[in-house]
Write a new protein. Structure first.
Length: 268
């Protein structure tokens, strides 16, 4: 059983929701990333999404764009991201790690080389925002042969027909984008998301994780009442960015925020 499957299964068995936290590799400085990952895991994160810095994002809001720019100032590249995962794995074999970014970075490395390096580093899943299922066959085969899941996103605008097709290609879990807009947007329609997830459950047995618009304990608790996973990214990246001048304070701040989210979710 993969780490992703195990983490979600454990939370489901406990009638709980998995906490998925997102940070950007190398933001605000490369030496901060691995300690922050350990801090998040220690505070209750079941899955850590590690963002691959990219200069031309398509879905990110202002906070994550700024975080990518901070990381790119340090010239953080995909090979550096993989090295961070490998360093994290030296002390943590339990927490699932998912890389999130854009196909451009992977194509520059090459599918086979990337899949091999990701598996060796200890990556459990990959989310590539601009990779549709129709163009994913080669990469999916390279990843799945090494035990790495290729995870797809669904949006409020995804039709039932399209969702069924995407879900036949998905593995690991399904990332449901909760609103129309970039990361960090407000106006989360909790009841609308609940209704859509109920529909999607008739189409797949994969865990359904909800992201975009979840920014604090209140919103995390609301979504944890019906989602298999709660994804929090922009709010964490913003907190880390605010401490760019005090990098030594970042792990504790990350742990405190994750702990707040976990406590709120567990109170459901």
């Amino acid at each position: 059983m993969s780490r992703l499957t195990q983490r979600f299964a454990e939370r489901m068995a406990a009638n709980s929701s998995a906490l998925v936290t997102y940070l950007i590799a190398g933001d605000p400085a490369p030496l901060v990333t691995v300690p922050a990952m350990h801090a998040l895991a220690g505070a209750g994160s079941d899955v850590i999404e590690l963002g691959i810095p990219f200069s031309d994002p398509e879905a990110e809001g202002a906070d994550i764009q700024a975080g990518c720019e901070r990381a790119l100032l340090h010239k953080v590249r995909l090979r550096d991201v993989l090295a961070m995962v490998a360093a994290f794995r030296e002390q943590d074999e339990r927490t699932a790690v998912v890389l999130m970014g854009y196909l451009n970075s992977v194509e520059a490395m090459g599918y086979q080389r990337f899949a091999k390096a990701a598996a060796q580093a200890g990556v459990d899943g990959v989310i590539l925002v601009n990779l549709p299922p129709e163009e994913a066959t080669e990469l999916r085969q390279e990843l799945s042969s090494r035990g790495v899941d290729l995870i797809f996103l669904l949006a409020p605008t995804t039709t039932d027909e399209r969702a069924r097709h995407v879900l036949t290609e998905a593995s690991g879990f399904v990332y449901y984008v909760s609103l129309k807009g970039p990361t960090g947007s407000a106006n989360l329609d909790v009841e609308g998301v609940r209704a859509r997830l109920n529909q999607l459950r008739s189409m797949t047995t994969l865990p359904l994780a909800v992201g975009f618009g979840i920014r604090d304990g209140v919103t995390a608790r609301a979504v944890a009442g019906f989602a298999d996973g709660v994804v929090v990214g922009s709010a964490l990246v913003r907190r880390m960015g605010e401490l760019a001048g005090q990098p030594e304070a970042i792990p504790a701040a990350a742990a405190a925020f994750a702990g707040e989210l976990r406590a709120a979710m567990d109170a459901v």
